[in-house]
Write a protein that binds this ligand. Structure first.
Ligand code: C5P
Length: 236
């Protein structure tokens, strides 16, 4: 699993309400050992300045804002976000082909374009939730359909449940990133997550990048928690 660790450092989810709390945690991490995910809560609180600060400290940032709007708006948002120096960005695949292609094209001529990935079906959606939005067929069918569309639009990968990783890897081939949250080291508190997988299980299923929040951010020693996960992976 050593190669996987080189390709996909663990992405630590910074689910915090303000910049001070996030920075206190980040000061205990090491950019050589992890990347950081900034999502809607922290971005709403601390915005582009915090993203620039984190990037300036040497961290690669996954800006998890899940853009979904008309193609022109999403393209402009992606290009502006790329200007913050982020490593990865995402959009909702259900925005469709023209939206994803516009996002891809908006990044194409940048000197260091961020990776662009898509969200397929939110894992919080049940079969009934999905049916109520007019999607017929199973959630798994819809995940595969949207992942194939994202790939056809030239995106670099998708966010998915580790439970979907094996199926997507088999259907989409090797050269496509599968970014998986819902990861819990063996014995860790699952909190509100359901159907979790361990880091080693997720990587064996085909995940390339693991998003891990509270098992690291809530640990008494976050760096030690991160290093233990890396150790477990390297020795699997
Ligand atoms: O603390 P925890 O490891 O559960 O954090 C997981 C992170 O991944 C959170 O930022 C959560 O919003 C995000 N996420 C998720 N499940 C998804 C998509 C994103 O847990 N399907």
């Amino acid at each position: 699993m050593g190669d996987v660790m080189q390709a996909g450092k663990i992405i630590v989810a910074l689910d915090f309400p303000d910049a001070d709390t996030a920075l206190a945690l980040v000061s205990r991490l090491d950019p050589a050992l992890c990347r950081l995910k900034v999502g809607k809560e922290l971005f709403a609180a601390a915005g582009p300045d915090l993203v620039r600060t984190l990037a300036g400290r040497g961290f690669e940032i996954f800006l998890d804002l899940k853009f979904h709007d008309i193609p022109n708006t999403v393209a402009a948002a992606c290009r502006t976000a790329a200007g913050l120096g982020v490593w990865m960005l995402n959009v909702h695949a259900c925005g469709g082909r023209r939206m994803m292609e516009a996002a891809r094209d908006a990044l194409a001529d940048l000197p260091h374009p961020p990776l662009l990935i898509a969200v397929t079906v939110l894992t919080s959606m049940s079969d009934a939730d999905l049916a109520e939005t007019g999607v017929t067929g199973t959630p798994a069918d819809q995940v595969l359909r949207l992942a194939q569309l994202a790939r056809a639009c030239g995106l670099d990968g998708v966010v998915c449940s580790a439970r979907e990783a094996e199926m997507l890897r088999a259907r989409l081939g090797a050269d496509f990133r599968l970014v998986t949250p819902g990861i819990r080291p063996a014995g860790a508190d699952v909190a509100d997550q359901r159907r979790v997988m361990t880091p080693v299980e997720a990587l064996k299923a085909g995940a390339t990048d693991l998003v891990i929040g509270r098992p690291i951010t809530g640990a008494a020693d976050p760096l030690a928690a991160l290093q233990q996960i890396r150790f477990d992976i390297q020795n699997a």
